[in-house]
Design a protein. Sequence first.
Length: 145
Amino acid sequence: MSNQHSGRRLIRHGMVLFLLGLLTGILIPILTSPRLALAAHMEGLLNGIFLIVVGGVLWKELRLSERAASASVWLLLIAAYASWGFCLLAAAFGASQTLAIAGKGYTAAPWQEQLVSAGLGVGAVCVLVAACLVLYGLRETSEAR
């Protein structure tokens, strides 16, 4: 996958996620936990903007191997969609174990709480690893000097 194609792919997914975030905003009053729905709305918007910035601004500046670049793209996409999707599930279920502040006053079935916790955990690990790879790709090299 070419560097330009990867950046464009991140931008495209960023716009999709931004749109999903906007649509999630419509669901706020009808979901079990409105505060968690607001969190999902914001996750979609902010992760969409984040992917657009990484794909449009940072991607062409990265110095990564093809394998590391591909891993970065996948990790960023998994993290962005997982954080939005599992926040939305938490809002629908009323799951508050992992998102205690936004979900205060709501509880869900144990399997729902575990599903949301696992999904948000996977997203958190993916974004941390992706951020480290992107930061490494922005290192000063002899070519960049």
